[in-house]
Design a protein around this ligand. Structure first.
Ligand SMILES: *Cc1c(COP(=O)(O)O)cnc(C)c1O
Length: 441
């Protein structure tokens, strides 16, 4: 093969696809496992806040790959970092050192304010890693009798899809017929400090950690009371229990601050001085850590906790590979350089104001909630109805892609590189669609 061809991507961009949307959907239906139920749109190109389908129709992306695309599609700096590093060195495994990992680890720990980082790939692997660190810490540092450690989780959680993680899910689809389940988890109601306090007081000496999403994204963007996260962390500290924040979806500027645990802090990056900041004992990141270029996840903790992991006790062939390290560093630089946290915060206020207007005008929208650019509207119909799905199909026809979650909730999470003008145009599309829908319904 001519090596020049391999490096020339231009042929991929404008050529007419050989198959149309319907044919490509038929392929997925026939040859792929049916583990997703996608909206009927086949995308072939993305740039910034836009994506295009194979027929060339342009859409605003209001899902951002579940908040992996905070930096926008195919950010030129990420494309360039990815391709440059791929040409140089992509994977060594951790059998050897590589010249990106140490630099990345230093960068990550300084960026987020922790002593150490453990690099993984997918979000679920990050959560599994945090669980393993937490349990080991429970036995070796807290002195919990072997095999008796418990981790507290919350109802309606979403932390990924491995057997252990779905063992503590409350979603029957996520869990059904995948047993036997991993023991050692106990669930309390989300946003219920009293429940957390009760269980800590009762079984605190057997509890190693409390694993929680600062905002429950998959459950339908549930924002807890302002004092839930700081008070929960305080309760954990009192009972010598690790406070583990899963910020795979909420982190990296999505909710209008670098992390959701930063609270209403207005600074660019991490700052420990702010009294709004709740420092987790273990922080889990993924998704936007690579700006959608590549699966990169990370678990951060201070030395007193991370030290329990020693050679041979945990790892992954791809974890900490030079390509991932280079891409993640660039993705985080973009977050700073383009002020994505501030933009998410500012646009988030505008968005919720515009959606509140729909709540007043159309009785099919019952409420709006969220933080930064992680928001959802509640459709005034039964969770079993197809109304939210039908609205999403209508939104698609009008040039905006969003997906219902849990029946009657529509999540809106555009890339954080959006401008105010674009946001208003999107709100106009949503308004127009809901209006049409109200009339036709
Ligand atoms: C998406 C997500 C995960 C799982 O990440 P994957 O990369 O899909 O494995 C875990 N926790 C939260 C909060 C998420 O949103």
């Amino acid at each position: 093969m001519n090596p020049k061809l391999i490096l020339d991507h231009s042929f991929m961009n404008e050529s007419t696809p050989t198959l149309n949307s319907q044919q490509l959907i038929a392929y997925e239906n026939k040859y792929g496992a049916h583990n997703y139920h996608p909206l009927p749109v086949v995308l072939s190109k993305g740039l910034g806040v836009y994506v295009w389908d194979v027929e060339g129709k342009q859409y605003y992306d209001f899902l951002s790959a579940y908040s992996a695309i905070n930096q926008g599609h195919s950010h030129t700096r990420l494309v360039s970092t990815l391709t440059q590093q791929a040409r140089r060195l992509s994977l060594t495994s951790r059998a050897f050192y590589n010249d990106q990992l140490g630099i990345y680890e230093k960068y990550m720990t300084e960026y987020f304010g922790f002593d150490m980082v453990l690099p993984m790939n997918s979000g679920a692997e990050g959560v599994e890693t945090a669980i393993k660190i937490c349990r080991k810490w429970g036995y070796e540092k807290k002195g919990i009798p072997v095999d008796e450690a418990k981790i507290i989780v919350c109802g309606q959680n979403f932390h990924g899809r491995t057997v252990t993680i779905i063992s503590f899910s409350s979603d029957p689809d996520a869990k059904g017929n995948f047993g036997p389940y991993t023991p050692g988890f106990e669930s309390i109601e989300y946003n219920n400090l009293k429940a957390l306090q009760t269980i800590l007081e009762k079984e605190g000496d057997r509890i190693a950690g409390f694993l929680v999403e600062p905002i429950q994204g998959e459950a339908g963007v549930y924002v807890p009371d302002d004092n839930f996260i700081p008070r929960a962390a305080e309760l954990c500290r009192t009972h010598n229990v690790l406070f583990i924040a899963d910020e795979i979806q909420t982190g990296i500027a999505r909710t209008g601050a670098l992390l959701a645990v930063c609270g209403d802090c207005n600074c660019q990056g991490h700052c420990e001085q702010q009294d709004t900041y709740t420092k987790p004992d273990i922080l889990i990141l993924g998704k936007a850590l690579s700006g959608g270029m590549y699966p990169v996840s990370a678990v951060l903790a201070d030395r007193r906790i991370m030290d329990v992991i020693r050679p041979g006790q945990h790892g992954s062939t791809y974890g900490g590979n030079p390509l991932a390290c280079a891409v993640a560093m660039e993705a985080l630089e973009i977050v700073k350089d383009e002020h994505l946290a501030q933009n998410a915060r500012r646009l988030g206020h505008i968005f919720r104001t515009r959606m509140q207007d729909l709540v007043q005008k159309y009785n099919i929208v019952s409420s709006v909630r969220g933080k930064g650019l992680l928001n959802a509207i509640l459709i005034n119909d039964s969770p079993d109805s197809t109304t939210a799905w039908d609205i999403c199909v209508a939104l698609k026809d009008n040039g905006l892609l969003a997906k219902p979650t849990h029946g009657n909730i529509i999540r809106f999470a555009p890339p954080l590189v959006m401008t105010e003008e674009q946001l208003h145009e999107c709100c106009d599309i949503i308004d127009k669609t809901i209006k049409e829908f109200t009339i036709s319904a």
